[in-house]
Write a protein that binds this ligand. Sequence first.
Ligand SMILES: [Zn+2]
Length: 197
Amino acid sequence: MACPKCHELDEAEVWTSVNNVDNPDVAQWLIDGFLFKHECPACGNVVTLNHDCLFDDAIHKTMILYVANPSKAEEALAALDARKPDGYAIRLVATQDELREKAAIFRDGLDDRAVEVSKQALFNRFVGIGEIEKEARALYGARTEDGGIVIEFVTHDGTAETVVPSDVYGGIADSFTDVQPPVVDRDWAMGVLSNWE
Ligand SMILES: [Zn+2]
């Protein structure tokens, strides 16, 4: 590839498949947000590559699929569903950031369904009382030592965070069955919450 800034020719390492047992360092790199980045050795310019990536969390038996071309996503999901190993759950994500966030959620041993519903419930509550703007994004932050879930709200003027206590998270997680939907995102969580109302 040629650097868009200085036109230096260079080879970029492209990981289209990452397994966290075979390549733990690459898995961490993905979670830290560097997998799709390439730094030009000549001028230091960093470009974001866009390519498909399948993240295999072999510890938690979950595969997360990111498809760079959205029009190919359903087809790729069907192909993955047909060849996934027994006992695996699969997820399709729409963005590189979602891939990274979900990989972190599974790494921390969490149920992404419960995390997404927790995020959305808190988002609704804080928007409702005027604490955050409705354009804010809610993101999974980390798991606390006592099992709580840190949720970050990214707003136009910074970030705020709150913690879902372990027992609240656990109660939400217990409400889900073994049925694993392929897409667990904000829209999915909003649907679950409106059914609960
Ligand atoms: Zn360059």
